[in-house]
Design a protein around this ligand. Sequence first.
Ligand code: PAF
Length: 280
Amino acid sequence: MKIIKKPEELQKAIEALKKKGKTVGLVPTMGALHAGHISLMKKSVSQNDITVVSVYVNPIQFGPNEDYERYPRPVEHDIKVCKENKVDFLFLPTNETLYNDNFSTYIYNNKLAKIMCGVTRPIHFQGVCTVVSKLFNIAMPTRAYFGLKDYQQYVIVKQMAKDLNFNIKVIGCAIVREKSGLAMSSRNTYLSQQAKQDAAGIYKSLCLAKQQFCEGKKLKDIKKKLEKNILAVAESKIDYIELRNSENLDLAADKDKSVVIAVAVKVGNVRLIDNIVCKK
Ligand code: PAF
């Protein structure tokens, strides 16, 4: 595995490989790699000749009072995980190599970035789209892999690739969960053992909501019940509960065949997101 820090260096290496007809898979991450990330790497390795993993805690997707400073950065662990999973290139850029002094060009989705997580995190998706488009230009992947835990991010990146003619297949990969049902997340390290157990109630509530959806219950009743169940999780505070069309994130209607039920919940002071896709 080759570790590369400079964007130009990765670009050159990938250009040479693509000239030889190799396919390239990109797994963009912020590190603190866990089983969720490993599932993305495995998928990329199985579908492409070359796999690139980027590990970069992107400052421009964090709001002023968010956890940029505190976000875990276990670099040695991340290197080991990538090596063990047959990654070919680990891209470790720095703020200096990625954002020049006059950096002033941003990518923003004028519709999808304003809803759900975008309400309380207004600059988040602009930061995500900007860094992901930079990574797309640097790694020039054939395919790029995103975890479906960040469902809104997946839909926004897919739309960005379409809107901006990136010739890249954006692939969403199933959420990987702890045994308890808690969705894997680098931010779970902020949770105490007790809070982790409590937070597993979020997934249980989502499963129940899915069951009700499949039974044909009205969306407003499903939402009401879900709210009640999530509020029963100790120390929980709901940021949002949203039922949306799983393709375009429009507000879901009772006639919709495929709906994503997405939640953002604070457990203590840790903000967690999770979702479940329900199909009729
Ligand atoms: O999902 C993440 O970890 C990040 O938002 C991403 C896609 C790597 C961009 O920084």
